[in-house]
Design a protein around this ligand. Structure first.
Ligand code: B12
Length: 299
């Protein structure tokens, strides 16, 4: 108990001292013309705003301000879609966010498991986990929750997401050698999702891990004779490092297709070209078609 409160105290100290130095809120142009952002829901196109929730244990007392939208219904092909009439989905998002903020691991898992009864796992992740995590990132940015709480929400989500992601389904006989890595930062959730989705489509993917430098990735890619490199980043400075990765590969005389993804690329849709990538995908579900296109180009 004591160690927990000490950890929380230390994290809060860090949160109010170091964090303001490292954070960017809103959208600003840098001297190099790049856009700095703290991509909140509005900036990434989500229309999900809740009434402010505040502290770790504080439950929502009021109804969320999100419009009555986002329910799941079947379309004419029998595929689950999000409808615009949705008290149920609204309730699920609020419950999920409450469960995360109260660090109730079992509840978080149950909500996601229950959601998979009416939606595909990827759809659950993209319609529940992503917007709620983005909301929580926003709460942290506003100073409503501490970094320790924010961190635990990320970890708990990662565990719950891992449980619902599909298992590998190898059915491909020929494919290029593909690897995935998170350049510089430790936001591993996006990589985890892309990795599992691709494996469920039959691709064999090597996972190089997270927090790697451009040089480390280039060395490993050369050793493993990688032909397609998938790079995930969530921080702008990491995204800009793709340029260094390309240079590190060029200096070794290696021509590899680099496919990038993650919030900085979703937010600035020309960034992938600027940093020397060959392609980008907005979300995990697009990764398959982007890889198939790269394979055609390589044939
Ligand atoms: C959860 C989270 C964390 C968790 C990460 C847990 C984990 N294991 O991943 C923790 C708490 C650890 C964390 C730490 C930090 N975080 Co953080 N974090 C977030 C948050 C809330 C959500 C990110 C997330 O997981 N989204 C869900 C995933 C699934 O989305 P995604 O990565 O975009 O992936 C999807 C697509 O982009 C795509 N995709 C992703 N990669 C790829 C790759 C390819 C090849 C393809 C095809 C597709 C693809 O597929 C996915 C599914 O569709 C965001 C807020 C936000 N609004 O995004 C901040 C955010 C990214 N964090 C931020 C910051 C500043 C930090 C810290 C520096 C805080 C600190 N002071 O210590 C540290 C950095 C640690 C480090 N060195 O990496 C900032 C970044 C600001 C910036 N402009 O660069 C953000 C934006 C918060 C904010 N508003 O300021 N964070």
């Amino acid at each position: 108990m004591w160690s927990l409160s000490l950890l929380s105290g230390a994290m809060r100290l860090y949160h109010f001292t170091m964090r303001p130095l490292m954070m960017h809120s809103g959208v600003r142009a840098t001297a190099t013309g790049h856009v700095l952002y703290g991509y909140g829901p509005a900036q990434v196109g989500f229309n999900l705003s809740f009434t402010s929730c505040g502290r770790l244990a504080a439950r929502f007392e009021t109804k969320p301000s999100m419009p009555a939208d986002h329910a799941i219904c079947e379309d004419e092909r029998g595929i689950n879609q999000i409808s615009t009439n949705g008290a149920d989905m609204n309730k699920r998002l609020v419950e999920f966010k409450n469960a995360l903020l109260s660090l109730e691991r079992p509840r978080v898992r149950t909500i996601l498991q229950e959601a998979t009864e009416s939606m595909e796992p990827l759809q659950c992740i993209e319609t529940i986990v992503l917007p709620v995590l983005q909301e929580i990132g926003d709460e942290w940015e506003k100073g409503n929750i501490a970094l320790s709480e924010f961190y635990l929400c990320g970890r708990i989500s990662e565990e719950a997401v891992t449980e619902i992601l599909p298992a590998a389904f190898p059915r491909r006989t020929t494919q290029p050698r593909i690897a995935i890595a998170v350049l510089l930062d430790h936001h591993s959730l996006g990589k985890r999702i892309v990795y599992s989705i691709l494996r469920s489509y039959g691709f064999e993917i090597m996972d190089f891990g997270t927090g790697l430098t451009a040089r480390e990735i280039a060395e490993r890619a050369a050793q493993e004779k990688i032909e397609i490199l998938l790079i995930s980043t969530l921080m702008l400075n990491s995204a800009l490092m793709v340029k260094d990765l390309r240079e590190a590969l060029d200096s070794r005389g290696i021509r590899i297709k680099i496919i990038v993804g993650g919030a900085p690329f979703r937010f600035d849709t020309n960034l992938w070209k600027e940093v020397g990538a060959d392609a980008m995908a907005m979300q995990a579900s697009e990764a398959v078609s982007v890889i198939e296109k790269a394979m055609e180009e390589m044939a």
